[in-house]
Design a protein around this ligand. Structure first.
Ligand code: GLU
Length: 304
């Protein structure tokens, strides 16, 4: 497959300046990013890399981190986690409080904010130094010691994270948060603040294309069964209330973040990350969704 030729065509077909969408502003630090950034990186399981544009520039992964925190939490909690978080698509915005109230503080899934906050709570219970150990896990999966938190982004979100604070408090009132509310929020904001480029994200997500094994060493970090389940959750819950639309148009398991990144995997074949900060009304990167739609249309490589 001529992936580089296809990526070059995608780059030429998409003019980010012409597309609608707004850079996220509710986290002030994210509003400083240029709306015209656009990059894409694809890693194949055969070890080749294809890319264009700003694919080497770091950006805030935001909700994409939820896949990694879930992966780490499952190593400690296993099926116990599913007593506190469900596995159904929410059909509601990523930060919705409504569903949480009438479902008694049990989040719909681990890839929306409420679910990720419970996942963070379990990590705080299980780890001695959650921030340090979470980053060590990400570095291991990424095969890259340079990945780190962006403290400015974490602080910026902490100063404005009233909605997330409301969610943690509501879940605490239902007994579904076991640790101190501020500790959970601080850890969650740090996980979201991790900065990665498209290249680094695509490399990191190779583990989900490789049935839980690291591309470089072959080490089985996540079991085949867990990886299957995580991929299923990305497929059904990875795009807020637009998961159906992403399945329909792209047809790959993936996860987006309000930093404008999207990562998607095609099992046994590739992992691909795209970044363009202008978001559509549902919070997904406009150019990112289009680029991935072109990719699966042009390669015929959707899982469906
Ligand atoms: N840190 C962001 C928040 O909690 C993540 C949202 C996202 O990327 O979907 O609002």
């Amino acid at each position: 497959m001529d992936y580089q030729g296809i990526l070059d065509q995608i780059k030429n077909k998409i003019d980010c300046r012409q597309l609608s969408g707004e850079v996220a502003t509710y986290i002030p630090e994210l509003a400083k990013v240029s709306p015209d950034k656009f990059g894409m990186h694809l890693c194949s399981t055969s070890g080749d890399d294809f890319f264009f544009g700003d694919s080497n520039e770091g950006f805030s992964v935001q909700s994409i981190s939820k896949v990694l925190s879930l992966s780490l939490a499952l190593l400690y909690e296993d099926d116990k986690l599913w007593e506190r978080v469900d596995v159904e698509p929410s059909g509601d915005p990523f930060n919705s409080l409504v569903q949480l109230e009438y479902e008694n503080g049990i989040p719909r899934n681990p890839l929306i904010n409420s679910g990720a906050l419970v996942v963070c709570d379990t990590l705080i219970s299980n780890l001695k130094d959650p921030k340090k150990e979470y980053l060590e896990f990400v570095i291991k999966v990424a095969g890259n010691p340079h990945i780190s938190y962006n403290e400015k982004v974490a602080e910026s979100e902490k100063a404005n994270g009233f909605n997330n604070a409301a969610m943690v408090n509501l879940m605490k009132s239902y007994g579904n948060i076991h640790n101190d509310v501020d500790t959970v929020l601080d850890f969650y904001f740090h996980t979201c603040s991790v900065s990665m480029s498209c290249k680094e994200l695509a490399n990191t997500f190779m583990i989900y294309a490789n049935h839980g094994c690291l591309q470089e060493t072959g080490e089985q970090v996540l079991s085949v069964k867990r990886t299957k389940r995580i991929n299923a959750l990305m497929q059904t819950c990875g795009f807020y209330d637009e998961a159906g639309e992403f399945s329909f148009r792209v047809g790959l398991p993936g996860k987006s973040g309000v930093g404008g990144g999207i990562v998607a995997i095609y099992p046994n074949m590739y992992s691909v990350a795209v970044w363009s900060p202008k978001l559509n009304a549902k919070g997904n990167s406009t150019a990112g969704m289009l680029a991935l739609e072109f990719l699966t249309d042009m390669t015929g490589s959707s899982i469906f």
